[in-house]
Design a protein around this ligand. Structure first.
Ligand code: AMO
Length: 433
């Protein structure tokens, strides 16, 4: 296949070999068209039955849809063809014939529900608009990595098999590790913190996290991808600046480099968020939510924000925003509290009007306060000795945060269900494919 040409590069006057899938065959009697599809697009192949070799015509027109073929021939200008060019075949090689019956119609003419699509993800991803989501997801990750590099952050990879959890509130998946109980990691939290105390200082990771969430909702997964960031010598305000910068860099890259994909997804008004994101304190957020009158019961200080509360506030704010200064008791042990107001933490969330995208904060870097924080949350500090003891040997002040990649893709592209943003979702019902 070395001499294969992408359909998008086939120019009139060329003699080329294209390879891909049989998208459609249209037999009009004396003449017939086969539409061949590859990663780059589609090309029309014209069969003139009276003028071409019978075997060639039979092979080209007898092949089932979605079979993999290679066609060699001349490319000619043809303004009536969908792409303005067509091929006159000299040879058609059937590289792998597809079954006549397909579980899913990749041409999209027959609708399929999400479950059928996920069961047959390979075929589903032959649809341009589905493929576009994953091209955009890849572009987001590329842009985010570039952004991190531009601010001197080093990419790291940390263990996914661990001895303890870190994020209270969601359950751990236990596994057996050579006869001992271990878990799939919920977050790189403790490892990324340990790395700011190493010589690396400023790090990021893009990797999987595992959460045995009971909720089977359109925005929860049991395996998700997180973008984690952590840096020495910045406070929670500085961490929010980086967080906002990352989000804008991701939007900008998609706006600049994914025009075709956005069009396929039906966007004509995609825009990078402008201006500084508002930073509301938790207290202000509660007041604004209560003032909307959207909730049946008024929130009181100390309540976590329900989905309805997030929606009400999101509608009210109308764009991305941060919630800062959360009550200490509803943020994890590693978040630092204000020295002059220990009931209030330096934790923050970045919100999209539809949902939470990021959690983060300034971390407790002082050994005694950290160990006390474990005790207050009912955790045994001895279990985390590998982590806490490093705080005795020179841990700088530091802050960080983590995005859920799927939620970023989902909110950016206005997808209904988070599963649209993952190739092979893991949820309560789905462990395969
Ligand atoms: P948190 O638990 O809030 O914070 O997770 C961070 C972000 O990850 C995404 N996320 C999920 N996405 C899909 N399905 C899930 N089950 C799921 N769980 C979380 C969300 C969320 O905002 N260690 C801290 C981060 C930090 O402080 O650096 C943490 O894990 O978008």
């Amino acid at each position: 296949m070395d001499d294969r040409t992408f359909t998008a590069d086939a120019e009139p006057g060329d003699r080329v070999t294209v390879a891909g899938w049989v998208h459609e065959v249209r037999d009009l009697g004396g003449i017939a068209f086969l539409i061949l599809r590859d990663k780059s697009g589609k090309i029309q192949v014209k069969f003139e039955k009276d003028e071409m070799d019978d075997d060639l015509v039979e092979t080209g027109l007898g092949v089932h849809r979605e079979s993999v073929i290679a066609v060699t021939g001349a490319v000619e200008e043809e303004e009536r063809a969908p792409t303005g060019v067509e091929m006159l075949p000299e040879s058609v090689d059937v590289l792998n014939e597809a079954d006549a019956e397909l579980p899913l119609d990749p041409s999209g003419k027959v609708d399929a529900d999400l479950s059928t699509r996920l069961d047959n993800r390979t075929l589903d991803l032959r649809k341009d608009e589905v493929k576009a989501i994953f091209e955009i997801r890849a572009e987001i990750l590329r842009a985010v990595r570039d952004y991190f590099r531009s601010i001197g952050s080093t990419e790291i990879n940390t263990p996914k098999i661990v001895a303890t959890g870190t994020e209270g509130g969601t359950e751990l998946f236990p596994i057996t590790y050579f006869g001992e109980e271990a878990f799939m990691n919920q977050s790189p939290q403790l490892f990324k913190q340990l790395m700011v105390g190493s010589g690396l200082e400023r790090v990021f990771e893009v990797g999987p996290i595992f959460r045995a969430e009971e909720h089977n909702t359109p925005r929860h997964l049991n395996e998700a991808t997180m973008i984690d960031f952590e840096s020495a010598f910045i406070d929670h305000e500085g961490a929010m600046d980086v967080c906002e910068g990352t989000l804008k860099a991701a939007y900008e890259a998609v706006e600049e480099n994914c025009a075709e994909e956005l069009e396929l997804l039906g966007y004509d008004d995609f825009a990078t968020p402008e201006g500084d994101f508002p930073r509301l304190t938790y207290e202000e957020a509660i007041e604004r939510i209560n003032a909307t009158g959207e909730l049946d019961t008024q929130l009181v200080y100390g309540d976590d924000l329900s989905t309805e509360a997030e929606r009400a506030l999101g509608d009210d704010v109308g764009g991305h925003y941060f919630i800062t200064d959360w009550p200490s008791e509803i943020k994890p042990f590693y978040i630092q509290d204000y020295d002059d107001d220990p009931e209030t933490s330096k934790g923050f969330d970045l919100m999209h009007p539809r949902m939470e995208l990021v959690s983060g904060g300034q971390r407790e870097h002082r050994y005694d306060a950290l160990v006390e924080g474990f005790r207050q949350q009912g955790l045994d500090p001895d279990q985390f000795d590998y982590y806490t003891k490093m705080f005795k040997y020179g841990m700088p002040p530091h802050s960080g945060w983590a995005y859920g990649v799927e939620r970023l893709v989902m909110t950016m592209l206005d997808l209904e269900n988070i599963r649209e943003a993952v190739l092979f979702p893991r949820d309560r019902q789905r462990l395969s494919p």
